[in-house]
Design a protein around this ligand. Sequence first.
Ligand code: NAD
Length: 341
Amino acid sequence: MDSPKLRGAIIGCGFFAQFQIEAWRRMPEVELAAACDLDPGRARAAAPRPYTSAEELLRHERVDFVDIATRPDSHLELVSLAVSHGIPVICQKPMAPRWEDCRRMVEAAESAGVPLMIHENWRWQPWYRELARLIAGGAVGTPVAYTFRTRRQDGLGEAPYSHQPYFRQMPRLLIYETLVHQIDTARFLFGEIASVFARARRVNPVIAGEDQALLLLAHENGLPGVIDGHRFLNPDPDGPAMGEAWIEGDAGALTLRATGDIWQQGRRLWENTVTEGYRGDSVRATQQHFVDRLRAGTSFESEGREYLKTVAAVEASYRSIAENRVVAPLELLSCADSAVG
Ligand code: NAD
């Protein structure tokens, strides 16, 4: 190995952190040296130097980065703490429950001069990287429309979302937690979002938030797209992509199946052969991007301020639903003191 391993610490060792820990362990350039969770057993299982307080961890450990994998309500506090120690951060999506707190998080990192990346793994699924390559290579000509359809059958019955039961109490659910991924992937593939018109409803009465949503997006280049999501059925056939995508252009169309395979005119153009890790090993790819850019000293695709554009489109969707109108994410991005939700 040319350069020494990066020493990392993880804060929050719950359900999703297990995918992150497993991916860090497969990365030879990283040593997960310390872990923190309010539950000491979870911290002990994650890394050799366990803590139950993030402050204690940061006071006692010399680490090159911190991975924050708690739920969003603690992200602002933990990111602010880490950057106040000058430690670069990778923090899970969603950034924070309130727009104002997302902005504060970015400002805390920027004023400390410390790198902050949001762990947004969807765009790192290998089929989306391949779709980007195919579109750039002219496989559809000029894109004229797209649809992302997101499905998973875990939202039904008296006890939905068994892996993440706290979903049931969240006042904002499907767009905030899930469709944020497709919104970010749409930005990755098609550029910035100029406007959103959204509809949403709650189907399962035992939950607090919305579990079905339809978003009609327009990109700055004029391209329209649809993001259509609910959690009452599995895709058919099912697979790691958690839904399908259709991308049409003036010279052809591409279809992404839930299996991760890409089809064109009845022919499989690209076959998904990735079986390791989470959804096309996207967690590892996200973490690899963080490490590569951290070492190179260059910016991340989902660097904090850049990712605010994704969050602004989420906020625009909720504002559209509440006010029954088309909303431009720029309304939020250009308004310094806007607080939504
Ligand atoms: P979880 O409740 O299972 O885990 C959170 C853990 O953080 C718990 O073990 C808790 O004890 C610990 N914790 C809370 N506050 C803490 C603090 N101040 N210091 C130390 N530890 C603390 O939650 P989860 O389902 O794993 O979700 C975590 C995050 O992962 C959420 O932001 C969620 O949206 C995200 N997530 C992302 C994806 C994805 O594909 N990117 C998928 C699922 C979940």
